[in-house]
Design a protein around this ligand. Structure first.
Ligand code: ATP
Ligand code: MG
Ligand code: MG
Ligand code: MG
Length: 469
């Protein structure tokens, strides 16, 4: 079996052998970019190279970039445990051309790697192009020999990428793998495309325009390439499973979680083990990159992730802190590729343990309150927003943790009521909020406030009876 570590290596070696500079992953906290919570794509560390603000001594590069999508524009937190292909933390393998090669070579490189180096049958593959991108359509036909029926034109912004309202942009082309008709889901562009059957494995972005303002887009003098291939999704394909959580790496983590909790990975417990394994990765890598749990900004996103995993550990019957005991397995799986994880191991374990101890102090009471509030509620019912807010305010239950706890029972939460209670609380907090004096963290503050409707965190310390970690 090709291990996940082998696949990362083989990708980087392949592009290295084609003249690309092999660049290590950047940290998860974006350098000099207050608009972004966490690095969420392989191109992020190269942003300024694409726009020409920065130059490097190479014109093509390859990397395996650590990514977190648990807030902001790309938020996959709620997908974890529910789809077979989403993580909050994942690795994006990428190859980049900064004004060097363009569409034809990018397609050729990707096609050869997948079908020749890795031996995937073309019968399993489908490509999408932006509906107006005839050039890409023709190139796919010529290079891959795929029948026209499996080169699908897509008109949505799924196939048009832009860095922001202005700046580089262009059409993209995605490669999908068909896991077979025993898995529910339809081909890209069909009404049931959201299933796990046709899985998007690779996105090729063709940066060919520069958006100057709303109206004007001009041709970039040196078009560029940015691609992203999900390592865990590719590992699933190459290991003969449709499910990312069944690849070697996740099996090892879930095996450990089963051992330590004594709860078999079956039924609802299977989802809990997945959440734990996924969130263990995002939490550990965030802590290793310097994020600590807090009640605002990046630290709050980390805290939400950690607590969600900890609630699932509780559901599985763990009565003592669990998460920190899983760290050695993670280090065994990933420490070779990411030495920062080895260096930070003690800090990661200590941080997880402390957070779990403090969360457990209030968890039982919070869950009791939740159970009481649920008495007599029928399937499809809605928890009053005030109760959700009380859980947040008094017991440190992030909103989405409450929502997640109810979702599995077919219940919802009154978001508006929660927002109203929060707004009241926040008005008071705002009066006391003088700003951190740090433009970057203030920007992050507003970033989150915006993406979550201004509800999910406040400038005060939730009354857990203690300050921040
Ligand atoms: P999807 O439509 O499946 O959510 P995406 O279009 O949001 O994926 P891109 O932004 O194009 O993803 O990222 C490039 C590649 O990174 C994807 O083709 C996929 O292989 C991988 N990827 C994206 N999000 C995740 C995730 N949450 N977990 C694991 N892999 C991911
Ligand atoms: Mg997505
Ligand atoms: Mg997509
Ligand atoms: Mg995509």
């Amino acid at each position: 079996m090709t291990s996940t570590n082998d696949i990362r290596r083989s990708f980087l070696d392949y592009f290295g052998s084609k003249g690309h500079a092999v660049v290590p992953s950047a940290p998860l906290v974006p350098h000099n970019d207050p608009t972004l919570m966490f690095v969420n794509a392989g191109m992020v560390p190269f942003k300024n190279v694409f726009t020409g603000l920065e130059t490097r001594d190479y014109s093509t590069a390859t990397s395996s970039q650590k990514c977190v999508r648990a807030g902001g524009k790309h938020n996959d937190l709620d997908n974890v445990g529910y789809t077979a292909r989403h993580h909050t933390f994942f690795e994006m393998l990428g190859n980049f051309s900064f004004g060097d090669y363009f569409k034809d070579h990018a397609i050729e490189l990707a096609w050869d790697l997948i079908t020749k180096e890795w031996g995937i049958s073309p019968d399993r593959l489908t490509a999408t192009v932006y509906h107006t991108d005839d050039e890409a359509f023709d190139l796919w036909k010529k290079i891959s020999g795929l029948p026209e029926s499996r080169i699908i034109r897509i008109a949505t912004k799924d196939n048009f990428w832009a860095m922001g309202d202005t700046g580089p942009c262009g059409p993209c082309s995605e490669i999908f793998y068909d896991h077979g008709d025993h898995i529910p889901g339809g081909p890209p562009g069909s009404p049931d495309e959201d299933g796990d059957r046709f899985v998007e494995i690779w996105n090729l972005v063709f940066m060919q325009y520069e958006q100057e303002d709303n109206e004007i887009a001009r041709d970039l003098p040196h078009p560029s390439i940015d691609t992203g291939l999900g390592l865990e999704r590719m590992a699933a394909v190459l290991q003969g499973t449709h499910d990312n959580y069944e690849i070697d790496l996740f099996r090892a983590l879930i095996h450990e979680s089963v051992e330590l909790t004594g709860a078999k990975a079956e039924g609802d417990a299977a989802a809990s083990h997945r959440v734990i394994a996924d969130h263990l990765r995002s939490s550990s890598f965030l802590i290793a990159d310097g994020v600590l749990p807090a009640n605002e900004g990046r630290g709050y996103v980390l805290r939400r992730i950690m607590r969600r995993a900890m609630r699932h550990a509780h559901i599985l019957g763990a009565r003592d802190p669990l998460m920190h005991r899983l760290v050695p397995s993670l280090v065994a799986e990933m420490g070779g590729a990411f030495p920062e994880l080895v260096r930070a191991q003690a800090l990661v374990e200590e941080t997880l343990k402390l957070e779990e101890i403090r969360f457990r102090r209030t968890l039982d009471n919070g869950l009791k309150l939740l159970d009481e509030a649920l008495v007599g509620m029928e399937e499809g019912g809605t928890l009053p927003g005030e109760t959700a807010f009380k859980l947040y305010d008094t017991f440190g239950f992030p909103y989405d943790l409450t929502e997640d706890a109810l979702r599995s029972r077919g219940l919802g939460v009154d978001r508006e009521g929660f927002d109203a209670a929060m707004a009241e609380q926040k008005a008071a907090a705002r009066a006391a909020w003088k700003g951190s004096g740090d433009a970057a963290s203030d920007a992050v503050w507003f970033d989150i406030a915006e993406s979550h409707g201004g509800t999910e965190f406040t400038g005060y310390t939730a009354s857990e009876g203690e300050g921040q970690v």
